[in-house]
Ligand binder design. Sequence first.
Ligand code: PNS
Length: 166
Amino acid sequence: MKTAIYPGSFDPITLGHLNIIRRTSTIFDRVVVCIMPNAGKMHPMFTREERVELARRVVSRVVAHLPNVTVETYDGLLAEYAKQFDKAVIVKGLRAGTDFENEFQMALINQKINPELDTMFLTASQKYTFLSSSVVKELAGYGADLTPFVPCEIIEDVRARAMRSE
Ligand code: PNS
């Protein structure tokens, strides 16, 4: 069984993430969305458990017709996490050249730790190249309409959290 691990901090999951999940699920037998800590993002809007709940809600309602997608979480190295799967590759979305440098470095580090582990990149759909969780959080702080950016199932959660953290 070919497994794709789609890792990220997903703080929160966006329509751009969902687009990558959908496309990946048509290429692989199974997609494991893995919500992980990012050492460079010390102050997430949502706890890891909350991010898992939000992503599961979205995946179960929006991509219910894709039964090969699950949402998991792991608190260690991605390269170690991947070892539990038989044939797994990491899938990441690339929005722009700026993503590439960072992602390329991560892919090489992960392969150094786990030589079996490959990383594949999907180019972001053109309509989401500008989109990131950080942009969503900033817009939410200004009370902007989030419908073009975030799955409708979690808009209220993002809006409420943005208000509380003001
Ligand atoms: O969505 P993000 O924040 O760009 O995702 C980055 C993430 C969470 C995939 C990355 O930080 C990660 O792999 N974290 C787990 C710990 C790890 O394996 N780090 C890489 C080696 S330093």
